[in-house]
Write a protein that binds this ligand. Sequence first.
Ligand code: ATP
Ligand code: MG
Length: 436
Amino acid sequence: DPQTAERGQSLLRRLTDQGYEGYFVGGCVRDELLGRPVNDMDIATNATPEQVIALFERTIPTGLEHGTITVLIDNEPFEVTTYRTETEYVDHRRPEQVQFVRELSEDLRRRDFTMNAIARGIDGEYTDPFHGIDDLNKGIIRCVGIADERFEEDALRMVRGIRFASVFHFEIEQQTWQALLHHQALIYHIATERIRVEMEKMIAGPYPYQGIELLLSSGLIPHMKVSVPCEALDQDLLRSLEQLPASPSILRWALIALGLGMDEQQIKIVFKSWTFPNIITDQVSKIIRMNERLYNGIVQREAVPLATIEHKESIDTDANRHHSYVLFVSCVLDYGKEIAQYWHALFPVLPHAYQQHLAIIGNQADRWLEQLTVYSLADLPVKGQDVLQHLEIAAGKWLGELLHEILLLVATGQLDNNKEVILHYADQASGRKGLR
Ligand code: ATP
Ligand code: MG
């Protein structure tokens, strides 16, 4: 964004006009050199946090103890960090305490990879003591300094290295890779959530499968605090990750669950322990459940609700097609339209047997979803209370079951969405089921 660049530039100018040094550093310099969209522009300076606060109108002491002040320029936040080093790594993690230093080059030395240790000044000149630009051009991920030491200091860097290699389609330089293999066990010390954040960036990138392969061959996974079940891993399925859009991210996570052969129970346990938000865990498990239900429904003709439906007049004369239709609609009613749409987006990368057996549904899902007039009990003109009053039977488990049966009949066009018609059906059904 040219406006962001302008604002960043004016921030640097303010610093240098006052006699301080100021540089763009890290991800933004790297991404700009790669011609990729730049997210946030981080700035390094020799001004102390107090001096930064004094210099700008609007500041937030975001990470004062790390020397980071957020400066707002036209409401846009920039992180300004005082040159610092990280010493005293404890437990192979980045330290809570940092030390401020005088030189830009000392600040660059603490950074993880050469491509992340490039600074750009106000006139566009680069400070690149570790030849990060060369490595960017060659497509190489290389540690700053001695790889062995860098991974020992902070084991998260191993996962970051794999993430960058995956997202940029780069190679990890020999010594860096050897050091990674050597220190794989140290990943145990890193909080699961921090690893998950790196994984999310990796999976959202253009080459997620390359990242998964690297992770597998790195030997890191078994050493993580929360491991991943890889015994039933299906490489072909995971390879198709790239054919799915990166957003919404739920699609790729659902395919990963499928590619790792996870059942619903496993999904709940694994995703939760990987600190995914509940909504992700929930949606992935619903997508997988819906997929299984469709498959079993077709292969074993196991569409349970069908048994309770009296086929008045089939909306489609083809029995298979009607069966598929009712099965699909009953899933939409149980899991919601959104989950059904996610499932449908996943359809082109499902295993061959699924695509074959579910071909009718895969072809028609869009049309069927569009035609539906009811999605949930709330769309019926009759509430549970109405049915109870009409039938004069005590409430019980039967009521919910009956309402769902009615919903499915209405949704599939076998019953009018009309109060009288529905209550009349309830009458008949209650008699048939021996409810009174
Ligand atoms: P992204 O595009 O994901 O933001 P990034 O490189 O900007 O990638 P950040 O986590 O935002 O990653 O970190 C900003 C900079 O801080 C990095 O470019 C790197 O120079 C430095 N850095 C981040 N994490 C580490 C680490 N674990 N060890 C050393 N340096 C790090
Ligand atoms: Mg960043």
